[in-house]
Design a protein around this ligand. Structure first.
Ligand code: NAP
Length: 283
């Protein structure tokens, strides 16, 4: 079998077009959806990420404001700035780019964002809402993975989904989303005794580890759906995922590439959360 590719770029384009339509509809009612992005410090990767987030937003008609602060900004000043954005009715979504400088407590900073504007979905209130099935904002990466699974028309009910990785921003929320769709979910991590025994049972595997070749051909059930969240560098310095793409493609039914898979969908889902935030405020 040769796996079919789930094209993250093509799907993200469709999602952006849908967001653009919803943005137009709000603008017609006199509401300009707005995302405030806060960047503290000079981290090179973060600078690239925020640039993309601003460009994506503007492409879909969302207004994005980027506030840059020096790395020695005090945490108290950052919290004050977030409070001001919380109180600003023209701002619908707030994103504080991580990582923050070491002298800041990231958890405290994220908890300061009003849950109604937490478009990254990292606030404990957002995590809790996902856990109990209440409306909230879902973290963009697992939300994008779910959209990719949906895009192939797979009914997750009764399927066995194996999530490799248990981080708060990818693995755990991914597992909750799959559970919410009535999949039977297994969460694996660095202490899992026999990863292969788990993944071989899986109809869907989501790999979110951050290590190359965590999932190889011999670990995948024929026809399985494989979603690769990992972002690593290979020996030539090129971007690659957690999955041995060439080998696993020979066995899986569907597979996401890296690059061009989960990455673009993560970016697209931030726009979805932002327009959702603006629509909820508008009523
Ligand atoms: P993380 O916080 O480092 O979590 C990694 C998880 O993998 C942990 O739960 C860890 O287990 C588990 N793990 C480590 N080695 C393992 C092994 N050999 N077998 C099974 N599990 C193992 O990372 P993250 O933030 O979730 O991100 C995961 C990857 O996704 C990274 O490569 C990151 O760059 C990428 N990512 C991509 C996007 C995107 O937009 N494409 C977005 C977010 C993240 P323990 O809990 O036991 O340590």
């Amino acid at each position: 079998m040769t796996a079919q590719i789930i094209d993250g770029n093509a799907l993200a384009k469709r999602v952006r077009a849908e967001v653009a339509g919803r943005t137009e509809a709000l603008k017609a009612r006199g509401i300009q959806p707005q995302l405030a992005i806060v960047l503290v410090g000079e981290d090179p990767a973060s600078q690239v990420y925020v640039k993309h987030k601003v460009a994506d937003s503007e492409q879909t008609g969302l207004k994005a404001t980027l506030e840059r602060y020096p790395a020695d900004m005090s945490e108290a000043d950052l919290l004050a700035r977030i409070h001001a954005l919380n109180d600003d009715a023209s701002v619908h979504g707030i994103l504080v780019q991580l990582p923050l400088p070491r002298h800041m407590d990231s958890a405290r900073v994220i908890e300061t964002i009003a849950p109604a504007k937490d478009v990254d979905g990292f606030h404990v209130a957002s995590a809790g809402a996902l856990m109990v099935g209440q409306p909230g904002f879902w973290p963009c990466t697992p939300y994008g993975c779910l959209k990719m699974i949906d895009s192939i028309g797979l009914d997750l009910r009764g399927k066995h989904a194996v999530v490799i990785g248990r981080s708060n921003i990818v693995g755990k929320p991914m597992a909750m989303m799959l559970l919410g769709r009535d999949a039977t979910v297994t969460i694996c991590h660095s202490r899992t005794a026999d990863l292969k025994a788990m993944t071989l049972q899986a109809d869907v595997v989501v790999a979110a580890v951050g290590k190359r070749n965590v999932l190889t051909k011999d670990m995948v059930k024929p026809g399985a759906v494989v979603i690769d969240v990992g972002m690593n560098r290979n020996d030539e310095g090129k971007l690659c995922g957690d999955v041995d793409f060439a080998g696993v493609s020979e066995v899986a039914g569907w597979i996401t590439p890296v690059p061009g898979g989960v990455g673009p969908m993560t970016r697209a889902m931030l726009l979805v959360n932002t327009i959702e935030a603006a629509e909820r405020t508008a009523g």
